[in-house]
Design a protein around this ligand. Sequence first.
Ligand code: NDP
Length: 432
Amino acid sequence: VARNPGEPEFHQALHEVLETLTPVLARHPEYQRHNIIEHLCEPERQIIFRVPWQDDAGQIQINRGFRINFNSAIGPYKGGLRFHPAVTIGTMKFLAFEQTFKNALTGLPIGSGKGGADFDPKGKSDAEVMRFCQSFMTELYRHIGDSTDVPAGDIGVGTREIGYLFGQYKRITNRYESGVITGKSPGWGGTVIRKKATGYGVVYFAEAMLAMKETELCNKTCVVSGSGNVALYAIEKLHSIGARVIACSDSDGVIIDENGLDIKTLIQIKEQDRDRLTAYRDHHPHAEYIKNGNIWDIPCDVAFPCATQNELHEKDANKLIQQGCIAVCEGANMPCTPEAVAVFLDNQIAYGPGKAANAGGVASSALEMQHNATRHSGFEYSEERLYEIMNNIHRQCCQTAEEFGVPGNYVVGANIAGFRRVADAMLAFGVI
Ligand code: NDP
């Protein structure tokens, strides 16, 4: 804490992981001898930079940009960029730290990183977003590369922003280095599945968790917080497997449609019109909109927090369980507070932590990098591959939890399985 003042989310993420690692350290004194834990908690590099840009009124605006190169033991730094006014160095470090374990769990050769800016894309014109992205990349380009550090999207950064960022990278470097950034449009080096991969992957993970409890997602009533990239495609997949999603949200309120949310309308509102969720009622007047509502008040069988960190609190966890919720699967990063997680674990409901359950996005990004490296076009990854990766992550979590005497505890399973892969590589490289 003294070393990283004013970074509560980073402390929270460290605490959540470190408290589960004691048994693995006891079994492997070599990790302690080499002080692997301290290594693991200190980012390899932290970059902070000024991002000046001009708004449509001709005013110069200044934002702060970040890129954290957290751990490169198993591959180039890899992780998304977040544009949101609440972004701080602490947010970036917590996300990059989580990414270390998530990327290791995929089994693919990717290290961990994260970046972004305290820029608020809401209410900005296309031209303003473009000028911001160009200025951001004017500094970032010197720090990234397809074997060095490969950014992608996160909150506030979708295909449009990735396009502006890559365009500026290409202009400055005179290199068509597709593998320098992922989440690209399928027309110029991306994959169709990437946009859907995180949301679909979360649903595959939830299916695997429920199968362990000898039940299935089909016919279950679900709620999904958020209405961004992860939430939309989790809803789409849930719908396609026969689950009923009755509510989703944005930072202004909650929309409830007891008939099941219409995913086509949601995609139209959020992706094409770039509108707010209130617009859903223009298409479906029977739906209910609750301004500043709490989505976790709505009874459901399975809850999918897919918006942002610390959005689901202890009282929400208790309420969900009282109302019959049997599983919680995280699409967002660290959306449940530690107190909420304790409630889920104490009540032995199926709880899938984000670093395992939402790894489908970064896994398909790693496959995008591999294909970009071959310089072939026209490739596509099947959903089957994603399904296989998510089930493999699920299996690793289960086996590791079992090995350490806490069957069904995905927190312990994910943390220890991810940790061992990274720690072993760090040991192999010696102290550097
Ligand atoms: P988007 O920007 O596409 O969507 C974010 C959604 O969450 C929006 O509906 C937004 O509402 C809501 N939201 C954001 N901040 C807040 C807040 N402070 N309070 C309430 N609601 C909020 O982001 P993504 O869907 O890409 O990311 C969502 C989560 O998933 C994040 O935690 C991200 O780190 C994680 N994630 C994303 C991956 C990806 O592939 N995109 C991969 C793995 C994890 P509003 O529009 O009102 O702000």
